[in-house]
Write a protein that binds this ligand. Structure first.
Ligand SMILES: Nc1ncnc2c1ncn2[C@@H]1O[C@H](COP(=O)(O)OP(=O)(O)O)[C@@H](O)[C@H]1O
Ligand SMILES: [Mg+2]
Length: 262
């Protein structure tokens, strides 16, 4: 896909307060604007505990607008818990969590979920809905106009490589294709942030690489900030990027990987 193509509606996330007319810009220009030095995610001294289990013990982290970041850590270290705080699945925490410059404590949950899209290891598609219907549903639940979301869902399914498979049900799609539907669904409401919790955990190595390549392409073209949980060292090596690690309830940065990406 050419980066010189003009940015269309779904490729240009609405950025409230930003007067720039993205429609009139190329993707490259839109990307440069979006990757200004602003923190899209800013977490300060975050503490989260389940009953009798402290999990995050003072996590501080900034992710810049347009950044692509891997999140690693042993099983049970709190990676999913961290993402759940950001997409408001867990509301009980102490410390400060800001997304897009605002504290999530002062933001209604629906607004957070407009800003933050999510994908998961298990895809979480509805079995009885087609690929197109699964993607459109994300727009229907927030009351967007059907004609608009129909057109955008078709464009997104094309973008993720599923042209011609729009009317298939999940069981008629491979795992990699199902994850592509989930990515299209996550993008429909033009999030500024995409959180991915082990998005390739159920995929073979070749599909895993292809899904990561798609995410990287979307990050580069559309400037969507991405935080990706993965266990796979192979993926981290294949897509050198800033890598943070949760260990013993706090964040460590992996210097070697960070240096590689510079
Ligand atoms: N709903 C819950 N109730 C109690 N403990 C939980 C709950 N969810 C997760 N935990 C515990 O919190 C820790 C972190 O879990 P999680 O964030 O899922 O880790 P990760 O995603 O890194 O594997 C684990 O010890 C897990 O058992
Ligand atoms: Mg997890």
């Amino acid at each position: 896909m050419s980066t010189a193509q003009t940015v269309s509606a779904y490729q240009a996330p609405n950025r409230p307060g930003n007067p720039v007319q993205y429609q009139d810009m190329t993707r490259e220009e839109a990307c440069r604007v979006s990757s200004a030095d602003k923190a899209m995610i800013s977490v300060d001294r975050l503490q989260v505990a389940y009953p009798e289990t402290p999990v995050l013990k003072g996590v501080s982290l900034k992710v810049k607008a347009g950044e692509f970041v891997f999140l690693q850590g042993k099983s049970g270290s709190g990676k999913s818990t961290f993402l759940k705080i950001l997409y408001r699945d867990i509301e009980d925490f102490s410390g400060d969590v800001m997304i897009d410059g605002r504290s999530i404590k002062e933001m209604p949950r629906y607004m957070t979920r407009r800003i933050v899209g999510t994908i998961f290891q298990s895809f979480e598609l509805l079995d009885r809905k087609t690929a197109l219907e699964n993607v459109m549903l994300a727009g229907e639940v927030i009351g967007r106009q059907k004609a608009e979301i129909h057109a955008e869902a078709l464009l997104l399914l094309d973008k993720v490589g599923l042209k011609g498979k729009e009317h298939r049900f999940p069981h008629q799609l491979s795992g990699g294709e199902q994850q592509r539907v989930a990515i299209a669904r996550a993008l429909l409401n033009r999030p500024k942030i995409l959180l991915a919790d082990e998005p390739t955990g159920n995929l073979d190595p070749e599909n895993a690489i292809n899904i990561l390549a798609l995410l990287k392409e979307i990050n580069t073209q559309d400037g969507i900030t991405m935080l990706i949980v993965t266990h796979s060292e192979e993926l981290v090596r294949a897509f050198p990027a800033r890598t943070i690690v949760i260990k013993d309830g706090v964040i460590l940065e992996s210097e070697s990987v960070t240096l590689l990406s510079r």
